[in-house]
Write a protein that binds this ligand. Sequence first.
Ligand code: DAH
Length: 351
Amino acid sequence: MSPSIQELKNKLQDLYQSAEQDLKSARSSSELYELKTHHIGNKSRFQKMMKEMKNLSPEEKPLFGKWLNEKKTALEEMYSSLFRELKNRELEQKIKTEKIDLSLPGPPSHKGGLHPVQLIIQKTVNIFKSLGYSVRTGPMIESDWNNFQALNIPTDHPSRDLQDTFYIDEAHVLRTHTSPIQVRSMLAEKPPMAILAPGKVFRRDNDVSHSPTFHQMEGMFIDTHVSMAHLKGTLSYFVKELFGTNTKVRFRPSYFPFTEPSAEYDCSCPICGMKGCPMCKQSGWMEIGGCGLMHPKVLELSHIPSEKWEGFAFGLGMERLAIVYYGIPHIKLFLENDIRFLEQFSFKGES
Ligand code: DAH
C-alpha cells in the first residue's frame, strides 16, 4: 500500500529535522557542503520523496509539493547562512595562524641584466652627453648612397666588395658601419651639431677575432673652425672618463675616404698600465677606432657648405671597448649568450 499524505508529511518532517541537526553540527565549510549534498542533493532521500507524490490524489499533490519546497528552501537558506559563518571563522583562523614573517629572507630571484656591450654603449653615451652630444639612430638596412656614396666611398673601394658587404639588392646593404647616420643627420639638421650614433653593423667577416655583427658608435661634430686638436681633446676626455685620468690617446695616420686627414686612435692599455700584457699584445696600446676631419666633399654631398663649416668624426668599436673595460678575453663570448658569462654583469647595475 502506498503511504498516505500524513505519513509522507511525517517522513518529510523527520528528514528535515535530521538534516537540520546535521547541518548545524558541521565544523567546517567543506563538511557542511558534503552534508548538504547528502541531505538535499540530487541523490538524497529528500529528492526521492518527489517520486512518492505520484501516488497522491490530484488535490493532495500540490499541497505536498508546497511543503516539500518550503522545507527544501528552508534547508538551503540554513546552509547558506551556516556556510558564510563557517567561512568567516575559517578566514579569521587563517589570518591568526598564517602570519608572514617579514624578517625571513625571501627565495632568491633571478635578476636580468644588460649585456656588457649595452653597458658600455650606455657609459659612452653618458660621457658624450656631458659634452653636449645627442643620440641619433638609423636603420640597419641602409641605402648604398648613405652607406657608401655620400661618404665619398668610390665604387671601386675595397670595403664595397661582395666579400665584405651583405647586399640586400643593388641599391641596399646591411650597413657596414654607423657612418651613414652622419649623412642622415646632416640632411635632417643644420650645423652646428654634435651627434652620437650607436648601432649594430654587419660585415662578412667570421673568424676567431671577427664576427659578422658587432656594434659601433659614430660621433660627428660640425662647427666653424674645427681642428684635429678638438678631435684629440674630445677623444682624450672620453677615454679618461671611461678608463681613468691616467689614460692616454695616441693617433696613428690612416686613411678613410670620408675624412682628411684620417687617423686610427689607440688608448693606453688600462689593463696593464702600458707594461705590456696579452690583451694589448705587449704593445701597451689598445686600438679603439678611426677618426679624422670630415672631408669637405662629404659635407658638400649632404648640402653643408664646406667654406663655412668644418667637422670631425670618429667611429668607436663597442665590442673592443667592452673587451678592454671588462677584461674579456674573447670576442665570441659576447654572442654565445652563455648565462654564466652574462650573469657576471647583471649585478653591476651600472649605467
Ligand atoms: N666607419 C669606419 C669603419 O667602420 C670607422 C670610422 C673611421 C668612422 C673614421 C669615422 C671616422 O667617423 O671618421 O671602419
